[in-house]
Design a protein. Structure first.
Length: 416
């Protein structure tokens, strides 16, 4: 074996030696290269969609790539960077609270504005933040999955993450990239039992993207499970570790409600944030009251009635919900999910419960599923052709989603 290694090292470079050299690259360098290649793919898809745009498209006919990248919610983030948040909530003609900036968190728009120094277009700075954070999130995802899956499967998971159907969001002026970087960093620290180090990350995340309450729940569940196992096994409780976990859980929970407190103080209206969220929900539901879990029941009945008829919706809607929830639970209990570790599975369960409780399922729900990114580790075909097919299918879905969101199909439900 030693002679063979010496022979390979001494021989001239050949096509057969190229994979060997690539395998010696640090895994993080491969992850960065994979994400860079994915940005080329997404840019080509944006160029294709750019040629498909018409006067009825979201960014109008003949939009620039920058206009495409800053459409939809990107306009709200720009407005926050330029105008801030309203001290008086805007009202509709009926006297209800209208949609406004309080539905969006401040770290991303203000960070982009600060980095731009007033010298460059905010959209350029924001896009730079998104792309840079996307690179970082790919590496952190790899670090999270590497100990559980090994190099090959972890890097494939990074590749699938990088070309996923919603991966074009990494090249838009949305807060998803930065939010995913912070979330994955927090999960990595939790998985490595560095709970106190995760506290500042969770605090910044709370003002970047929604979901920190799910992180608090996941860490809290870890505390409960650790406590129960120690009691059943008659083992001493690791006091310092449990205390650190509790500090993180409490800090994340408090931070999860902090933005609503900020909105209440700034506007003088205690329900400012929830009334604003209700205004966005009112675009879909006749009753804009924030009621836990109700939106999913409403959406299930709405969509089943639309496709199967009013009579079928009464019994079919609950079946659809049970299948969705049961299927997801079964996936988390499967051997493919178990190999991802308890941190990822508890996070996935907590975040799914969070989405069920507070979000209305419309087209944006697919983007809101992006924090479940560590679950891509469940998809790891062994053969190269199968992996190539999975990646190609994902790219095709990304192209379709881009065309629907930015191309000639302009419908209210096509918002990314």
């Amino acid at each position: 074996m030693a002679d063979r290694r010496m022979t390979v090292t001494a021989s001239a470079p050949t096509e057969a030696a190229a994979p060997l050299r690539a395998s010696r690259l640090p895994w993080w360098a491969v992850a960065l290269a994979v994400f860079a290649a994915s940005r080329v793919v997404t840019t080509l898809l944006f160029l294709w969609v750019q040629g498909q745009a018409t006067t009825s498209s979201r960014a109008g006919a003949h939009p620039s790539l920058l206009e495409l990248a800053s459409a939809w919610d990107g306009q709200w983030y720009w407005y926050i960077a330029e105008r801030g948040y309203p001290a008086v909530l805007p009202l509709t003609s009926s006297g209800s609270v209208d949609t406004n900036q309080w539905a969006f968190l401040p770290v991303y728009p203000y960070l982009a504005k600060a980095l731009g120094l007033g010298l460059v277009d905010w959209r350029v700075a924001a896009l730079a933040v998104s792309v840079a954070a996307g690179f970082g999130s790919a590496v952190v995802l790899g670090a999270l999955l590497l100990p559980r899956l090994g190099r090959s499967r972890a890097l494939f998971a990074v590749a699938l993450y990088s070309v996923s159907p919603l991966a074009f969001v990494f090249q838009t002026t949305y807060a998803e990239s930065l939010g995913l970087l912070l979330l994955l960093a927090a999960l990595l620290l939790v998985d490595r039992r560095r709970y106190l180090a995760a506290v500042p990350v969770a605090l910044v995340l709370a003002f970047t993207r929604p979901g920190v309450l799910a992180l608090a729940l996941a860490v809290g569940l870890q505390v409960v499970i650790r406590f129960v196992r120690a009691r059943r096994g008659g083992l001493p409780l690791p006091g310092r570790e449990l205390a650190s976990r509790l500090v993180l859980a409490v800090a994340a929970a408090a931070a999860g409600f902090a933005w609503s407190a900020v909105a209440a103080i700034a506007t003088g209206r205690p329900d400012a944030y929830f009334a604003t969220e209700g205004a966005w929900r009112a675009l879909w539901m006749p009753d804009a009251t924030i009621t836990l879990f109700e939106p999913w029941a409403f959406a299930a009945e709405f969509w089943t009635a639309r496709f199967a008829g009013e009579g079928a919706a009464t019994w079919l809607a609950p079946v659809v919900l049970v299948v969705l929830v049961g299927g997801f639970a079964a996936a988390l209990l499967s051997p493919w999910a178990r190999r991802l570790g308890s941190t990822v599975r508890l996070w996935a369960a907590s975040y799914a419960l969070y989405l069920l409780a507070v979000f209305f399922p419309q087209s944006s729900v697919f983007r809101l599923l992006m924090p479940l990114a560590p679950l891509v580790g469940m998809v790891a075909p062994r053969s190269v052709p199968a992996r190539a097919a999975v990646l190609a299918g994902s790219i095709a879905l990304q192209a379709l989603w881009l065309w629907v969101c930015y191309g000639p199909v302009q419908q209210f439900w096509t918002v990314p």
